[in-house]
Design a binder for this molecule. Structure first.
Ligand code: AMP
Length: 279
């Protein structure tokens, strides 16, 4: 497994692989890797000949007062996990290498980024789309996989690729949970044992909404009440039922939909989501 720390090395590596007609697959991450990230590697591995994982805690996608400075890191553990999952190259750039002096481009997808997480994190998605556009350029990837865990992010990146006609296929990866139902996240490390117990109420609320929908409840406000009634969190950022393609809120569950949830437990903001309704 190659470990590449500069954009120049990354670009040369990908060009050499593509010269051999290898498809390059990219798994973009911020590190502190867990089984959710590993599942993305495993899903992409059979679809490409050259599998790249990028590890970069991207300052552009953190707002003031967010957790950029304390975001968990474990470079040795991350490299071991990548190696164990058959990764060919890890791209591990510094902030100065990703955003050299004079870097002045921002990529912004409008509308889709203005509600849900975008309402409380106004700079977040612009940071995500900007870093992903640069990662796509540096890795020349043919495929890039993103987890459904970050459902809005996946939708926004699909839109960016579509609007800009970028030659990258976006592949969705299923959300991976701990055995007790908690959606895996690097930020789960912040939770105390008591907070982690309360965090289980996120997935419990979504399951209750799914069960109510399966039992015939189609009124979205009643479904949301079912979910809210179970949450044991300190603040609910949003709990909505949206169309999975354009993320517009639904009032009646008359088509496949996604329940999407963001809530804070202690100081930790957690996300979860679940498919609802007729498939
Ligand atoms: P992050 O390192 O949190 O920026 O996540 C990197 C990628 O892993 C993103 O595409 C996430 O959606 C994905 N990811 C994170 N957690 C999970 C999970 N529990 N299941 C599936 N994918 C995940």
């Amino acid at each position: 497994m190659d470990v590449l720390t500069t954009p120049e090395l990354m670009l040369a590596w990908s060009r050499a692989r593509q010269a051999q007609a290898h498809r390059v697959g990219l798994v973009p991450t911020m590190g502190f890797l867990h089984a959710g990230h590993a599942s993305l590697m495993d899903a992409l591995r059979p679809q490409c000949e050259a599998l790249v994982v990028s590890i970069f805690v991207n300052p552009l996608q953190f707002g003031a007062g967010e957790d950029l400075d304390r975001y968990p890191r474990d470079e040795a553990g991350d490299l071991a996990l990548c190696e164990a999952h058959g990764v060919d190259a890890v791209f591990l750039p510094s902030v100065a290498a990703m955003y050299p002096e004079g870097f002045s481009t921002r990529v912004r997808v409008s509308r889709l980024t203005e509600h849900l997480c975008g309402a409380s994190r106004p700079v977040h998605f612009e940071g995500v789309t900007t870093v992903c556009a640069r990662l796509f350029g540096l890795t020349r990837c043919d495929l890039a996989i993103f987890g459904e865990k970050d459902f809005q992010q996946l939708t926004v990146l699909r839109k960016m690729v579509d609007d800009l006609a970028l030659p990258v296929q976006i592949v969705p990866g299923a959300l991976v949970r701990a055995e007790d139902g908690l959606a895996l996240s690097s930020r789960n490390k912040y939770l105390s044992p008591q907070e982690r117990l309360r965090a289980l109420s996120l997935s419990a609320a979504l399951r209750a909404m799914r069960d109510a929908a399966a039992a015939g409840e189609q009124d979205v406000s009643r479904l949301v009440s079912v979910g809210r009634g179970l949450l044991q969190v300190d603040a609910v950022d949003y709990l909505e039922v949206v169309d999975p393609d354009d993320l517009q809120p639904l009032t009646v569950l008359d088509r496949p939909a996604r329940a999407v949830l963001a809530a804070t437990v202690g100081r930790t903001r957690l996300l979860d989501n679940l498919a609802l309704g007729p498939s």
